[in-house]
Design a protein around this ligand. Structure first.
Ligand code: PEP
Length: 258
């Protein structure tokens, strides 16, 4: 059984001080949660202080980006090893905002994923179609191209342990959410493709999140879908109460009798 993972992508919000105060509240709110993995991904300056506050809690730490080289003359960049050393276990790669504003491509994502895995970080690889691509009926083609490109060069055992995130671009930060049926369909497509590219065991093991305006009110139906293994949450992860309700709604979906 795949453990769902609820990740908060804080983007360029929260100073280190605000981030520390947030997780101090969050760790109390989610103290008893066991069967859902909880992750926060703050901006770089908050990573180190959060790693101290989150030690010995059930909340993990992730970064929002990294460079693929281990070191070098790359002003403004950070490496996987640097992130690992300050307590990160995950790194988000290929987020649509990085694709849109910073020239992230599937090729760069695959290089970053290679480097992340080599340094013991778990990549969360984002894919998703734009509204124009969806309207043109190109969703499947786009997702397949992105998945193939981002996983290029990775081995089955590596893919089995990473996280994919289906994030339709038109649903990110817009308040528009993919219907549970549509999100399930694309997540199932990603799993099927990974089965073709690798094998059934890898497809069965890889976790595939949904992201795009996940809120307390829609989390349960989305997280109940068979191929949705958690959420990548932007806006609603910035408020302790909302993020906690999404986590607890996900825990509830794990109880077959509820
Ligand atoms: C995101 O940034 O990955 C995201 C899904 O944002 P939001 O939840 O605000 O749509």
């Amino acid at each position: 059984m795949r453990t769902p993972i609820i990740a908060g992508n804080w983007k360029m919000y929260k100073t280190p001080r605000e981030a520390v105060s947030f997780v101090q509240e969050l760790k109390t709110a989610v103290a008893g949660v066991q069967d859902v993995e909880i992750l926060v991904c703050p901006a770089f300056p908050a990573l180190l202080p959060l790693s101290v506050v989150l030690a010995d809690t059930n909340i993990k730490l992730g970064a929002q980006n990294m460079h693929w080289e281990p070191e070098g003359a790359y002003t403004g960049e950070v490496s996987a090893e640097m992130l690992r050393e300050i307590g990160c276990t995950y790194v988000i790669l290929g987020h649509s905002e990085r694709r849109q504003y910073f020239g992230e491509t599937d090729t760069k994502v695959s290089k970053k994923a290679r480097s992340a895995l080599d340094d013991g970080l778990v990549p969360i690889i984002c894919v998703g179609e734009t509204i124009d691509e969806r309207k043109a009926g190109e969703t499947q083609t786009v997702i397949q191209r992105q998945v193939r490109g981002c996983l290029n060069g990775l081995r089955a055992g590596e893919v089995a342990g990473l996280v994919m995130a289906y994030e339709p671009v038109w649903a990110i930060g817009t308040g528009l959410t993919a219907s549970p049926g549509d999100a399930q369909e694309v997540n199932a497509l990603i799993r099927h493709l990974i089965g073709e590219l690798y094998d059934r065991a890898t497809a069965a093991s890889v976790r595939i999140q949904y992201g795009g305006s996940v809120k307390p009110g829609n989390a349960a139906t989305l997280m109940s879908q068979p191929d949705i293994d958690g959420a990548l949450v932007g806006g609603a992860s910035l408020k302790v109460a909302d993020f906690t309700r999404i986590i607890k709604a996900t825990v509830e979906t794990l109880k077959p009798w509820s």
